[in-house]
Design a protein around this ligand. Sequence first.
Ligand code: FBP
Length: 271
Amino acid sequence: MSYTSIGKTVRLTRILRDGRAVVFAFDHGFEHGPGDFTSETIDPRRVLKKIVDAGVDAVMLTAGLAHVTRDSWLGKTSLIVKITGKTNLRPEEQKLLQSIIGTVEEAVSLGADAVAATVYWGSQYEDAMLSQWVLIKEEAERYGYPCLQLAYPRGPSIKNMYDVEVVKYGVRAAIEVGADLIKTYYTGSRETFREVVKAASGVPVLMSGGAPRKNFIDFLKDVEDVMKAGAQGVVVGRNVFMHENPASAIKAVMKIVHEGLTAEEAYKAMQ
Ligand code: FBP
C-alpha cells in the first residue's frame, strides 16, 4: 500500500468513524446567499459551534468559511473543504455550472480530511465540471485526500432529478470517475434507494438533506429509510440549521445513523 493510499484511508476513517457519518453542510451562504439565514444564524460561528459541540462527524465548508469559523471546529471535528460552487446571483442558465472556488492545497493547508466537488450530471456544462473534477481528483490523489462528489443529476433533459434511474446513473458515473464518497438525492423510498446504494458498488453513499421538511420527523424518516437501504449516512444543512433547536436536531440524526434508532424513537428523544 502506498503512503498516499494509507493517508486516504486514515482520513476516510476520521470521517466514517464507525463506517457511517453525519456531515453538516454549511456552504449555503455561498450557494444560496444570506437569505437562508435569520438574524441568529447569520453568524456562522454560532451555528457551527452548536453543531460541532453536539458531536457531528464532519463539517463541509468553503475554505474561506473554514478560516473565519476556525474556533468553532478546529480540533473538534473533521473538515471537508468544498472547492466548487456557484452563487444564486448568476443568470438562471449558468446555475447549472459549478466553478472552482478553492484548491486541494488550501484544504491540505487547513488540515482538512477531504475535499468535495459538485458535478451536475446532465448539465450542458457537464464537460467543464468533469474537467475540473479530473484535475481535483488528480491533485487529491497526490496528497492522499478523499474526494466527496456531490453527484447531482440536473440539466435540461432531466425531468425528475429524484427519479431512481437518473440518481443511479449519477452515482454510477461518480464511481466511474473515482469518487471516494458520494452525496446524492433521496429517491423517495427505501426500495429505490437500495438500488442507488447497489449502483455505488461499495463506495459510501450519503443522502443529501435537501430543502427543509415542514415536519422534522418526516426528515428523520428519510434518514431512517436511507440507512435501512444501506447508505453510510447523510450530509445535512437546512433541515438542521433552520430547525428551532439545531443541536437537538443534529443529535436526533446522529442517533439514527450511529445508534440505529428509528425516526420515531429519535424524535421522541428530542422532546
Ligand atoms: P441541504 O441539506 O441544505 O440541502 O445542504 C446540502 C447542499 O448540497 C449544500 O451543500 C448546498 O449548498 C445546497 O445543498 C445546494 O442547494 P441546491 O440544491 O439549492 O443547489
